[in-house]
Design a protein around this ligand. Sequence first.
Ligand SMILES: [Zn+2]
Length: 277
Amino acid sequence: MFYIDPHIHMVSRVTDDYETLARMGCLAVSEPAFWAGFDRGSVEGFRDYFRHLTEVEPRRAAQFGVQHYTWLCINAKEAENVELSREVIAAIPEFLDRPNVLGIGEIGLNKNTRNEATVFLEHVELALKYDLPILIHTPHLEDKYMGTRMILDMLADFPQLDPGRVLVDHVEEHTVRDVLQRGYWAGMTLYPVTKCTPKRAVDIIEMYGTERLLVNSAGDWGPSKPTAVPDFIMEMRSRGHAFEAIQQVVLENPMQFFGQSPNFKLQVPGRQAAALK
Ligand SMILES: [Zn+2]
Protein backbone atom coordinates (compact mmCIF):
# COMPACT_ATOMS: atom_id res chain seq x y z
CA MET A 1 0.00 0.00 0.00
CA PHE A 2 1.23 3.49 -0.84
CA TYR A 3 1.74 5.81 2.10
CA ILE A 4 3.50 8.97 3.34
CA ASP A 5 5.57 9.16 6.52
CA PRO A 6 4.64 12.67 7.69
CA HIS A 7 7.30 12.93 10.43
CA ILE A 8 10.69 11.22 10.16
CA HIS A 9 14.22 12.50 10.77
CA MET A 10 16.11 11.10 7.81
CA VAL A 11 19.33 13.01 8.64
CA SER A 12 19.76 10.42 11.40
CA ARG A 13 19.01 7.40 9.20
CA VAL A 14 21.19 5.49 6.75
CA THR A 15 20.61 5.36 2.99
CA ASP A 16 19.42 1.74 3.28
CA ASP A 17 16.41 3.07 5.21
CA TYR A 18 15.31 5.06 2.16
CA GLU A 19 15.48 1.88 0.11
CA THR A 20 13.44 -0.04 2.71
CA LEU A 21 10.83 2.74 2.87
CA ALA A 22 10.54 2.71 -0.93
CA ARG A 23 10.05 -1.07 -0.94
CA MET A 24 7.31 -0.70 1.70
CA GLY A 25 5.35 1.72 -0.52
CA CYS A 26 6.48 5.02 0.98
CA LEU A 27 5.96 7.74 -1.65
CA ALA A 28 7.13 10.72 0.39
CA VAL A 29 8.63 11.67 3.74
CA SER A 30 8.31 14.93 5.64
CA GLU A 31 11.19 15.86 7.91
CA PRO A 32 10.73 18.57 10.54
CA ALA A 33 13.81 20.36 11.86
CA PHE A 34 14.81 19.01 15.30
CA TRP A 35 17.55 18.73 17.89
CA ALA A 36 20.84 17.32 16.60
CA GLY A 37 21.68 15.39 19.77
CA PHE A 38 23.73 18.38 20.93
CA ASP A 39 23.10 22.13 21.16
CA ARG A 40 24.42 23.90 18.08
CA GLY A 41 26.92 26.67 18.72
CA SER A 42 25.75 29.41 16.37
CA VAL A 43 23.26 30.42 13.72
CA GLU A 44 25.73 29.13 11.11
CA GLY A 45 25.21 25.60 12.46
CA PHE A 46 21.52 26.00 11.64
CA ARG A 47 22.22 27.40 8.18
CA ASP A 48 24.26 24.25 7.46
CA TYR A 49 21.48 22.06 8.89
CA PHE A 50 18.87 23.79 6.70
CA ARG A 51 21.09 23.18 3.67
CA HIS A 52 21.27 19.52 4.68
CA LEU A 53 17.46 19.38 4.87
CA THR A 54 16.86 21.21 1.59
CA GLU A 55 19.76 19.95 -0.54
CA VAL A 56 21.26 16.66 0.69
CA GLU A 57 18.21 14.70 1.89
CA PRO A 58 16.03 15.36 -1.20
CA ARG A 59 18.87 14.01 -3.35
CA ARG A 60 19.34 10.94 -1.16
CA ALA A 61 15.58 10.23 -1.21
CA ALA A 62 15.24 10.74 -4.95
CA GLN A 63 17.62 7.84 -5.66
CA PHE A 64 14.79 5.56 -4.53
CA GLY A 65 11.88 7.54 -5.99
CA VAL A 66 10.91 8.89 -2.56
CA GLN A 67 9.96 12.57 -2.36
CA HIS A 68 11.53 14.47 0.55
CA TYR A 69 9.81 17.47 2.17
CA THR A 70 10.91 19.49 5.18
CA TRP A 71 9.90 22.03 7.85
CA LEU A 72 12.22 24.65 9.34
CA CYS A 73 12.62 26.07 12.85
CA ILE A 74 14.82 26.01 15.94
CA ASN A 75 13.54 23.19 18.15
CA ALA A 76 12.23 23.61 21.68
CA LYS A 77 15.31 22.05 23.33
CA GLU A 78 17.53 24.82 21.99
CA ALA A 79 14.88 27.53 22.46
CA GLU A 80 16.15 28.12 26.00
CA ASN A 81 18.75 30.30 24.26
CA VAL A 82 16.40 33.08 23.15
CA GLU A 83 19.13 35.18 21.56
CA LEU A 84 20.28 32.34 19.29
CA SER A 85 16.65 31.40 18.60
CA ARG A 86 15.93 34.89 17.31
CA GLU A 87 18.98 34.76 15.02
CA VAL A 88 17.73 31.43 13.62
CA ILE A 89 14.17 32.73 13.13
CA ALA A 90 15.64 35.71 11.26
CA ALA A 91 17.63 33.32 9.01
CA ILE A 92 14.74 30.96 8.14
CA PRO A 93 13.26 33.18 5.37
CA GLU A 94 16.50 32.70 3.39
CA PHE A 95 15.39 29.07 2.91
CA LEU A 96 11.61 29.35 2.54
CA ASP A 97 11.63 29.39 -1.25
CA ARG A 98 13.53 26.11 -1.49
CA PRO A 99 11.31 23.64 -3.38
CA ASN A 100 10.88 21.02 -0.60
CA VAL A 101 9.99 23.39 2.28
CA LEU A 102 6.40 22.92 3.48
CA GLY A 103 6.25 25.21 6.51
CA ILE A 104 7.46 25.98 10.05
CA GLY A 105 8.19 23.07 12.42
CA GLU A 106 8.55 21.15 14.54
CA ILE A 107 8.05 24.01 16.97
CA GLY A 108 6.60 23.43 20.42
CA LEU A 109 7.57 22.90 24.01
CA ASN A 110 10.01 20.55 25.72
CA LYS A 111 10.02 21.40 29.44
CA ASN A 112 7.20 23.96 29.18
CA THR A 113 9.39 26.93 30.16
CA ARG A 114 8.83 30.64 29.63
CA ASN A 115 11.67 30.91 27.10
CA GLU A 116 10.31 27.99 25.09
CA ALA A 117 6.91 29.70 25.01
CA THR A 118 8.48 32.99 23.83
CA VAL A 119 10.27 31.26 20.96
CA PHE A 120 7.16 29.22 20.09
CA LEU A 121 5.09 32.41 19.73
CA GLU A 122 7.72 34.06 17.52
CA HIS A 123 7.67 31.02 15.21
CA VAL A 124 3.86 31.22 14.95
CA GLU A 125 4.22 34.88 13.97
CA LEU A 126 6.78 33.89 11.31
CA ALA A 127 4.41 31.26 9.86
CA LEU A 128 1.57 33.77 9.75
CA LYS A 129 3.78 36.38 8.10
CA TYR A 130 4.72 33.95 5.30
CA ASP A 131 1.30 32.22 5.22
CA LEU A 132 2.76 28.77 5.92
CA PRO A 133 1.38 25.69 7.73
CA ILE A 134 2.78 24.77 11.16
CA LEU A 135 3.93 21.41 12.56
CA ILE A 136 4.00 21.21 16.36
CA HIS A 137 5.95 18.93 18.71
CA THR A 138 4.25 18.22 22.04
CA PRO A 139 6.45 17.30 25.03
CA HIS A 140 7.36 13.82 26.17
CA LEU A 141 5.73 11.71 28.88
CA GLU A 142 5.15 13.57 32.15
CA ASP A 143 5.24 17.01 30.46
CA LYS A 144 2.88 16.12 27.61
CA TYR A 145 -0.55 16.89 29.06
CA MET A 146 0.41 20.27 30.54
CA GLY A 147 2.53 21.20 27.50
CA THR A 148 -0.22 20.36 25.04
CA ARG A 149 -2.68 22.51 27.03
CA MET A 150 -0.19 25.38 27.05
CA ILE A 151 0.34 25.07 23.28
CA LEU A 152 -3.39 25.01 22.52
CA ASP A 153 -3.94 28.04 24.76
CA MET A 154 -1.13 29.97 23.05
CA LEU A 155 -2.53 29.13 19.59
CA ALA A 156 -5.97 30.36 20.68
CA ASP A 157 -4.46 33.83 21.05
CA PHE A 158 -4.03 34.00 17.24
CA PRO A 159 -7.58 34.43 15.91
CA GLN A 160 -6.21 34.86 12.38
CA LEU A 161 -4.62 31.36 12.50
CA ASP A 162 -6.64 28.70 10.65
CA PRO A 163 -6.57 25.54 12.84
CA GLY A 164 -6.83 23.45 9.66
CA ARG A 165 -3.28 24.58 8.81
CA VAL A 166 -1.75 23.31 12.07
CA LEU A 167 -0.66 19.74 12.83
CA VAL A 168 -0.19 18.93 16.52
CA ASP A 169 2.09 15.91 16.72
CA HIS A 170 2.83 13.16 19.25
CA VAL A 171 -0.77 13.07 20.53
CA GLU A 172 -1.79 10.22 22.81
CA GLU A 173 -5.03 9.05 24.42
CA HIS A 174 -5.09 11.94 26.91
CA THR A 175 -4.36 14.77 24.44
CA VAL A 176 -5.96 13.77 21.11
CA ARG A 177 -9.51 14.84 21.92
CA ASP A 178 -8.66 18.47 22.73
CA VAL A 179 -6.54 18.80 19.59
CA LEU A 180 -9.24 17.45 17.25
CA GLN A 181 -12.08 19.33 18.96
CA ARG A 182 -10.33 22.63 18.38
CA GLY A 183 -10.05 21.90 14.66
CA TYR A 184 -6.35 21.02 14.43
CA TRP A 185 -4.84 18.00 12.71
CA ALA A 186 -3.36 15.41 15.09
CA GLY A 187 -0.34 13.17 14.53
CA MET A 188 0.33 9.91 16.36
CA THR A 189 3.96 8.90 16.69
CA LEU A 190 4.65 5.17 16.65
CA TYR A 191 7.66 4.50 18.85
CA PRO A 192 8.79 1.10 20.13
CA VAL A 193 9.37 2.33 23.71
CA THR A 194 7.76 5.70 24.42
CA LYS A 195 4.86 7.51 22.74
CA CYS A 196 2.24 5.44 20.90
CA THR A 197 2.40 1.83 19.65
CA PRO A 198 0.67 0.74 16.40
CA LYS A 199 -1.96 -1.07 18.51
CA ARG A 200 -2.73 2.02 20.60
CA ALA A 201 -2.86 4.16 17.43
CA VAL A 202 -5.48 1.83 15.94
CA ASP A 203 -7.42 1.96 19.23
CA ILE A 204 -7.42 5.78 18.92
CA ILE A 205 -8.63 5.57 15.30
CA GLU A 206 -11.43 3.27 16.46
CA MET A 207 -12.44 5.84 19.10
CA TYR A 208 -12.08 9.06 17.05
CA GLY A 209 -12.42 8.02 13.39
CA THR A 210 -10.08 8.74 10.49
CA GLU A 211 -10.65 12.50 10.03
CA ARG A 212 -7.62 14.78 10.58
CA LEU A 213 -5.52 11.98 12.13
CA LEU A 214 -2.06 11.03 10.84
CA VAL A 215 0.47 8.39 11.88
CA ASN A 216 4.25 8.71 11.66
CA SER A 217 7.40 6.88 12.72
CA ALA A 218 9.38 9.96 13.86
CA GLY A 219 12.41 7.78 13.11
CA ASP A 220 15.44 9.53 14.60
CA TRP A 221 18.73 8.92 16.46
CA GLY A 222 17.12 7.04 19.32
CA PRO A 223 15.26 3.74 19.52
CA SER A 224 12.73 4.14 16.72
CA LYS A 225 11.54 2.17 13.71
CA PRO A 226 11.40 3.86 10.30
CA THR A 227 8.88 1.27 9.07
CA ALA A 228 6.40 1.90 11.90
CA VAL A 229 3.72 3.21 9.50
CA PRO A 230 3.59 -0.16 7.66
CA ASP A 231 3.25 -1.78 11.13
CA PHE A 232 0.19 0.43 11.69
CA ILE A 233 -1.19 -0.61 8.28
CA MET A 234 -0.75 -4.29 9.24
CA GLU A 235 -2.54 -3.73 12.57
CA MET A 236 -5.46 -1.99 10.79
CA ARG A 237 -5.67 -4.88 8.29
CA SER A 238 -5.52 -7.57 10.95
CA ARG A 239 -8.50 -5.94 12.70
CA GLY A 240 -10.49 -5.97 9.44
CA HIS A 241 -10.56 -2.23 8.71
CA ALA A 242 -11.56 -1.18 5.20
CA PHE A 243 -8.83 -0.43 2.70
CA GLU A 244 -10.31 3.07 2.21
CA ALA A 245 -10.06 3.87 5.94
CA ILE A 246 -6.41 2.78 6.08
CA GLN A 247 -5.60 4.69 2.92
CA GLN A 248 -7.23 7.82 4.31
CA VAL A 249 -5.00 7.84 7.39
CA VAL A 250 -1.68 6.95 5.75
CA LEU A 251 -2.04 8.72 2.37
CA GLU A 252 -5.08 10.97 1.85
CA ASN A 253 -4.80 12.82 5.17
CA PRO A 254 -1.12 13.76 4.78
CA MET A 255 -1.81 14.74 1.16
CA GLN A 256 -4.66 16.98 2.25
CA PHE A 257 -2.70 18.63 5.07
CA PHE A 258 0.55 19.07 3.11
CA GLY A 259 -1.43 20.13 0.02
CA GLN A 260 -2.04 23.45 1.78
CA SER A 261 1.60 24.27 1.14
CA PRO A 262 2.35 25.50 -2.39
CA ASN A 263 5.51 23.35 -2.58
CA PHE A 264 3.74 20.01 -2.06
CA LYS A 265 3.47 18.25 -5.41
CA LEU A 266 3.04 14.49 -5.05
CA GLN A 267 2.38 12.13 -7.92
CA VAL A 268 0.59 8.98 -6.80
CA PRO A 269 1.31 6.06 -9.15
CA GLY A 270 -1.79 5.06 -11.10
CA ARG A 271 -3.65 8.29 -10.42
CA GLN A 272 -4.30 11.09 -12.86
CA ALA A 273 -2.65 14.34 -11.84
CA ALA A 274 -6.08 15.98 -12.15
CA ALA A 275 -7.46 13.69 -9.45
CA LEU A 276 -5.08 15.27 -6.95
CA LYS A 277 -6.58 18.73 -7.28
ZN1 LIG B 1 10.46 14.93 15.50
